[in-house]
Design a protein around this ligand. Structure first.
Ligand code: SAH
Ligand code: SF4
Ligand code: F3S
Length: 457
């Protein structure tokens, strides 16, 4: 009789939500072929790394891990190793891995995920590394399998690729040109998710605000949000990332009007100096950005704002950096993701003069963090005493007696209370603020909604 034991795999995902979403498709394929996911690398039949190329650190982590896997593979030669994603979509990197780590079985890029089962089969039959990269993305492929682990929140692609070519960024080179999914496909996916019990979707694109520009029908991102709000039963809609260049007043209006659209926008500024913004090819000025924030707050006054900031872009002077701090103070972000500029080979910024010394980058980074932390804490303190809706994710990782979830404004809340389960939308009274999170307790206001042990009116 054939051995009925399922084959096992383990997967590590680096980088952004796009990669997380692609990993869900890979999991879907592996489910179909009959693999089971395990946590431990030891003993796994297949190890997959879905890689990121956005900063050098991300790439170094992958090289380190591949090296360690080589040691394991000596003990267990049957173990297959696959490397995919943005990093290996760079042909030179893929070739380097093939040459320096010949024990890797399979290397494939971001454009040929749909061919994964075939590639895996080929790699199993081949003694040499199977390397398969496509130069360009084909049309959007619908109907690929997907396995989502979490039954509460789901990522939903709305566009793939990027046309913006910010001068520091590798993404357009490894993800191809921008392609929008058809609205019907998106709506049907979200309808199905709501039916399965999901409460929240995050619409994903490198620049969601340019959604629809390549579609035949007249449709922009604001129209899409209205349709998802009206036509599906999903409780919460989020989206990322919103590029300031294409952010419209119409979108701000829609955010204020659509009940299921959450009160949070991630609007990366990257830098506060107009000179640096121009060198970055971002397509807006500091003043334009600040106007957008005003417009947003006019239509959606409760909207939380977060951002991405790069410190130490080539040529950044102390004065330029002060412009960044100025924007951070003027906007008063709820949260900021801050990065040291990392030169990416093949991007224009990597060859720009006046690269900033590491010590200078780090010193500015620290100052930026201090300024931002004050704003984060202030926003969180303002929430104390309020009662807010929290979508429960489950018990806290550090304290199983405490539940964790997020507010509509995307703040993490750790709270206590009876009869709370993952996927519940509960009202929580905020009792304490930290810089990165809120503490609270389940409110008595839940009487008529979630707590079935108390009878309603
Ligand atoms: N499409 C999104 C960003 C995707 S990459 C947008 O335009 O906002 C996520 C973040 O990584 C960027 O916002 C930027 O802040 C940062 N990043 C990208 N390339 C980088 C580089 N070469 N060095 C440092 N940070 C970088
Ligand atoms: Fe990169 Fe700019 Fe595209 Fe964002 S918009 S992915 S930063 S090129
Ligand atoms: Fe994302 Fe990294 Fe690729 S940020 S798109 S996984 S380069």
């Amino acid at each position: 009789m054939a051995d009925m034991k399922k084959k096992t795999y383990t997967m590590t995902v680096f980088g952004c939500q796009m990669n997380e979403r692609d990993a869900e498709t890979l999991r879907g394929f592996l489910d179909e072929i009959g693999y089971e996911e395990v946590d431990e690398v030891e003993g796994a039949d297949l190890v997959i790394m879905n890689t990121c190329a956005v900063r050098q650190k991300a790439e170094e982590k992958v090289f380190g891990r591949i090296g360690r896997l080589g040691v394991l593979k000596k003990e267990n030669p049957e173990m297959m190793i696959a490397v995919c994603g943005c990093m290996v979509q760079q042909e030179d990197v893929a070739k380097k891995i093939k040459k320096s780590y010949p024990f890797v079985d399979l290397i494939f890029g971001t454009h040929n995920i749909a061919a994964f089962p075939e590639l895996l089969q080929r790699a199993a039959e081949s003694k040499e590394t199977v390397l398969d990269l496509w130069d360009e993305a084909g049309d959007v492929v619908e109907g690929l399998p997907v396995t989502r682990k979490d039954g509460v929140k789901a990522w939903v692609n709305i566009t793939y690729g990027c046309n913006n070519f910010c001068s520091y960024c590798i993404v357009p080179y490894v993800r191809g040109r921008e392609r929008s999914r058809k609205p019907e496909e998106i709506i049907n996916e979200i309808k199905a998710l709501a039916k399965q019990g999901f409460k929240e979707v995050t619409l994903l694109g490198q620049n969601v605000n340019s959604y629809g520009k390549d579609l035949e029908e007249e449709m922009d991102f604001a129209d899409l949000l209205v349709r998802v709000d009206r036509e599906t039963d999903i409780n919460r809609i989020r989206f990322m990332t919103s590029h300031p260049r294409d952010f419209t007043e119409k979108l701000a209006k829609v955010m204020g009007e659509c009940d299921s659209v959450c009160e949070h926008v991630h609007l990366p500024i990257q830098a506060g100096s107009n000179r640096i913004l121009k060198l970055m090819n971002r397509g807006y000025t500091k003043e334009h950005y600040l106007d957008l924030v005003d417009i947003l707050r006019k239509y959606a006054p409760d909207c939380a704002l977060s951002t991405d900031i790069i410190v130490g872009f080539p040529g950044e002077t102390e004065e330029d950096f002060l412009d960044t701090l100025d924007v951070v103070d003027r906007v008063g972000y709820d949260m900021a993701f801050t990065f040291l500029y990392s030169p990416r080979s093949g991007t224009p910024a990597a060859d720009m003069p006046h690269q900033v010394a590491n010590e200078v980058k780090k010193e500015r980074f620290q100052r930026l963090l201090e300024v931002q932390n004050k704003h984060s804490l202030r926003h969180n303190q303002e929430a104390v005493g309020k009662t807010v809706e929290v979508l429960v994710e489950g018990p806290s990782k550090t304290d199983p007696g405490v539940m964790t979830g997020r507010t509509r404004s995307s703040k993490t809340v750790n709270f206590t209370g009876e009869n709370v389960n993952a996927g519940d939308l509960v009202m929580v009274e905020i009792t304490q603020a930290r810089t990165w999170s809120l503490l609270g307790r389940k409110s008595v206001e839940n009487r008529n909604t979630n707590d079935s042990s108390v009878s309603g009116d």
